[in-house]
Design a protein around this ligand. Structure first.
Ligand SMILES: Cc1cc2nc3c(=O)[nH]c(=O)nc-3n(C[C@H](O)[C@H](O)[C@H](O)COP(=O)(O)O)c2cc1C
Length: 333
């Protein structure tokens, strides 16, 4: 499961594991934590990485920084204090405020600097001996011309895995995937490769498997939020023929929703914040239901918990879960 800020916090990860994920999701990634100079984490970050909140899932903590020494103390603290032995570097975030500080996908602008960063990290004996380091990357900033150089840097280090989202920074989450660049990665990576991007349906998955038979590990974000039961297709021995029980999936989706809702309302003060966060989920889930326009509108309009809960109950009674061939998310990020 991909890291998604505002969506895949520990409340969602745990609810997903209980309902759909058990035995099917091998790794859950936390949304990025961003170490600052004070060598401490924010309260929100601590809550998300807390061992007690991650005891039922294999969780990898994602870190966003362009300072090797900050990555190193963070990784050590995550190991020693929180018991994590696998850490992921964010080299993909396209947000303007992040990229302007040369973080996230901004790290890809200067391949020499990226090389120095990784060199310093892997020079550290403690990291080398105790911590598995992986990278989640895009394929460039404005274009993919320098992707071969970026790959050469990654190839110089023993990464636990290299997760590639084959888009450039300026694509954000839009535009077609750069499949030629991903092919280059498949043909040239010395590290284990993971494909991330635009697997929203069974059809998308089958097409990717056909195009890249060498790849056996996939990271999904929006597709799992929209259609959590899609995981049963992806993990089936015969994903093409697997017959889904959409009624059972819909029931489990309600359970997943209720678990997330209960956990979020328990930690978030007041109605507004928790409801806003729940509505983020609906921006994806609404795509896999028929007969529900009016009911979705009522959910999105609700401001108070009582209204929200009532609207969700009506929705799940009325709406029909369907398996789509294609999904186009209209929300522009
Ligand atoms: C709302 C939102 C939040 C995201 N937060 C993160 C994040 O914290 N760290 C990260 O590496 N990627 C983040 N991503 C990117 C996803 O992990 C993933 O790479 C992207 O959605 C493409 O995969 P998908 O097509 O399966 O959704 C985010 C994406 C979205 C839409």
């Amino acid at each position: 499961m991909a890291p998604m800020e505002g969506l895949t916090d520990f409340t969602y990860r745990n609810a997903y594991e209980k309902t759909f994920g058990k035995g099917r999701i091998t790794k859950y990634f936390t949304p990025f934590i961003s170490p600052n100079k004070s060598e401490n984490f924010l309260a929100r970050e601590i809550r998300d990485i807390d061992r007690g909140h991650n005891k039922d899932t294999y969780t990898v903590v994602q870190v966003m920084t362009n300072e090797a020494k900050d990555f190193i103390w963070t990784a050590k603290m995550l190991y020693e204090k929180y018991g994590y032995s696998e850490i992921n570097l964010n080299a993909g975030c396209p947000s303007g405020t992040v990229v302007s500080k040369d973080k996230g996908s901004g790290m890809l602008r200067d391949t020499e600097k990226l090389d120095r960063f990784l060199d310093e990290v892997f020079e550290d004996a403690f990291i080398r001996e105790n911590i598995k380091v992986s990278v989640k990357t895009r394929i460039g900033v404005e274009d993919d011309d320098s992707f071969p150089q970026i790959m050469e840097v990654y190839n110089s280090y023993p990464l636990e895995e290299l997760i590639v989202h084959p888009r450039v920074r300026t694509d954000y989450y839009r535009n077609e995937l750069h499949l030629d660049a991903f092919r280059y990665a498949v043909d040239n990576s010395r590290n284990k490769l993971v494909l991330n991007g635009d697997i929203f349906t069974r059809k998308n998955f089958l097409e990717m498997k056909e195009m890249f038979p060498e790849v056996d590990t996939f990271m999904l974000g929006r597709g799992l939020i929209a259609d959590p039961g899609l995981i049963n297709v992806l993990t089936d021995d015969n994903p093409q023929a697997m017959v889904r029980d959409l009624n059972a999936d819909k029931k489990l989706m309600k359970e997943l929703h209720d678990l997330v809702y209960a956990a979020r309302t328990a930690i978030m003060p007041g109605d507004t914040h928790a409801i806003h966060r729940m509505k983020e989920m609906w921006c994806y889930m609404e795509y896999v239901f028929d007969d529900c326009k009016k009911e979705i509108k009522a959910i999105k309009k609700s401001q108070r918990m009582a209204d929200y809960k009532a609207a969700v109950d009506v929705f799940f009674n009325k709406a029909m879960l369907v398996e789509r061939k294609n999904i186009i998310f209209s929300k522009k990020f």
